[in-house]
Design a protein around this ligand. Structure first.
Ligand code: NOJ
Length: 555
């Protein structure tokens, strides 16, 4: 591929900007209202020009779509809604020609219940090799009518579903940490291990450069499947807890073997872990030298707009990553979290915004949210390491909070008893051009509207409307990404904290780079002898950095 050379003599992934393509909402090539590979191919030049290094594409495998593709029924094929394997191969080749690497999403914790293996397991007897690939157990109580333990699904409700046996009587239970249509597999089973090795080889053979690992912290379950009981998750106050199914030490053995596979390739393949472990030190375990390359930094994503809290999060991440020689990465949003414009528009954290009552109760100022999102982007892109950009973040899109209830598709909506609206609000199709929906997402003569409706006001946020507008979010991202590439100080490396007034952060990177972020304090003077490279917003009349604003300076 026409890849750019490694940066400052270190491997590309240590500094990479990886753009997340949520494929069903990125661009629709065939007019069915659902994004696809043809649409993505047509937009590759946009992505290359944006100034990113790689794409991470959310699952594009055959799926009944009970969890938007995270219920995979065949790991080595393409979902017909998205295209064909030939389309995928052509896309990978075109991306490579443009200098973009491709990471896919691998989903090793669970299959779809429509996967051939699970159907075989249902048809087989308790104790059979077919059942041993999943986590089937007898229930408790006299008739086995009680679930095997107290584990709960991530989307609400029990993590166990009971199946009928061949004679029609109620039988064993199977574990699903997500929807009932996503049975967990047993990672101590050698068929399961081999299936994923073969899947990775298959895609690596087609030129794929790496994988994002779904629920990387969930694959190992404690022997005997003990009750969760009162073990808290997420852990509180930086505590480390022994949880029966999250972040168990046994997962690391799996990633050591995956790393040795990735390293057998001439151009070594890379991994990023999705591990919600809520502790920078625990996260760093996933990126030890013989394990995964990077991991999403959700602590940074969840940090509120507060200088102390942000600084703590940055320091803790850098310290923990440095201890194992791995680069930190930074992320502001993804397809599971409330978009940052909407988070920063409110003082509260991300997660509570999904509860119906909270939404109504929390006043929001979106002008503030947008200003802070701009400042956060410059902060993120100046920090040591790499970063992830979620599609639409570069357009300044906010969460769509008023999707009609009858259109909500996220399984969390029904599984929570309709108390959590779920994640659809951050998954609305991207506006590319024009004055009215589908805003260029689908072709003009599209047969179907976008799978989720786009707000009318997005006409001001299309790629077309923002292009050339120097004050737009898109031009801020473009300029920052290009400057970042040109600045030898940025990307992998270290930072030095500089004195900053309360409410602000300032750090230097060698050679000759300074970033000032004013989150809430008095205007911060720009140091003498420095020159402004870029600013997320206007400075004060006397040239100081006001609150909700970041600047990059050369010194
Ligand atoms: C994490 C994915 O990002 C999310 O979208 C999905 O629902 C769960 N894992 C289950 O696969």
């Amino acid at each position: 591929m026409a890849a750019r050379p490694d940066r400052n003599g270190t491997p590309w992934w240590r500094s990479a900007i990886i753009y997340q393509v949520y494929i069903r909402s990125f661009a629709d090539g065939d007019g069915d209202g659902i994004g696809d590979i043809a649409g993505l191919r047509s937009r590759l030049p946009y992505l290359a020009e944006l100034g990113i290094d790689a794409l991470w594409i959310n699952p594009w495998y055959p799926s009944p779509m009970k969890d938007a593709g995270y219920d995979v029924s065949d790991f080595r094929a393409i979902e017909p809604l998205f295209g064909t394997l030939a389309d995928a191969e052509a896309m990978i080749a075109e991306a490579h020609d443009l200098g973009l690497r491709i990471l896919l999403d691998i989903v090793p914790n669970h299959f779809s219940d429509q996967h051939a293996w699970f159907r075989e397991a249902l048809a087989a007897d308790p104790g059979s090799p077919e059942r041993a690939r999943f986590i089937f157990r007898d229930g408790q109580g006299p008739d086995g009518a009680e679930p095997p333990n107290d584990w709960m699904s991530n989307f609400g409700g029990l993590a166990w579903t009971r199946v009928p046996e061949a004679d029609g009587r109620p039988g064993q239970w199977y574990l699903h940490l997500f929807t009932p249509e996503q049975p967990d597999v047993d990672w101590t089973n050698s068929d399961v291990q081999e299936e994923f090795t073969q899947t990775m080889r298959f895609w690596f053979g087609l030129g794929v450069d790496g994988f994002r690992i779904d629920v990387a912290h969930g694959l190992a379950k404690a022997e005997g499947l003990p009750d969760v009981g009162s073990t808290p998750w997420p852990p509180v106050g930086g505590e480390i807890v022994d949880h029966p199914h999250w972040d168990r030490d046994e997962v690391h053995e799996i990633y050591r073997s995956w790393r040795s596979l990735a390293d057998t390739y001439d151009d070594p393949r890379v991994f990023v872990a999705e591990a919600w472990v809520h502790h920078p030190g625990r996260l760093a375990h996933y990126v030890r030298a013989d394990e995964l390359h990077t991991a999403f930094n959700f602590d940074f994503l969840l940090a509120p707009w507060d200088a102390e809290r942000m600084r703590e999060s940055i320091v803790a991440s850098l310290t923990a990553h440095e201890a194992v020689g791995a680069p930190a990465t930074w992320v502001l949003s993804n397809h599971d979290t409330v978009r940052e414009v909407s988070r920063y528009a409110r003082p509260q954290g991300a997660r509570t915004l999904r509860k119906l009552d909270d939404l109504a109760a929390l006043p929001a100022d979106f002008a503030v949210g947008r200003r802070r999102a701009r400042a956060a982007a410059l902060l993120m892109l100046a920090l040591p390491g790499g970063a992830y950009v979620y599609q639409g973040e570069e357009l300044g899109l906010a969460e769509v909070e008023d999707l009609p209830e009858d259109l909500l598709q996220d399984p969390g909506w029904e599984q929570s008893g309709r108390t959590e609206r779920g994640r659809d609000g951050c998954r609305v199709p991207i506006p590319w051009s024009g004055e009215t929906p589908p805003f260029g997402f689908s072709p003009d003569d599209a047969g179907s509207p976008p799978w989720l409706p786009q707000p009318a006001e997005w006409r001001e946020l299309t790629v077309e409307a923002q292009t050339g507008d120097e004050d737009s979010m898109l031009e801020l991202y473009r300029r920052a990404l290009h400057l970042r590439r040109a600045q030898p100080a940025l990307g992998d490396g270290r930072l030095t904290w500089l004195d900053a007034p309360d409410g602000a952060l300032a750090f230097g990177r060698d050679p000759g780079f300074v970033c000032i972020v004013n989150l809430s304090g008095d205007p911060v003077p720009v140091p003498d002898g420095t020159e402004i490279l870029i600013s997320s917003g206007p400075l004060t009349d006397d040239g100081r950095v006001p609150f909700d604003t970041s600047v990059w300076l050369t010194s």
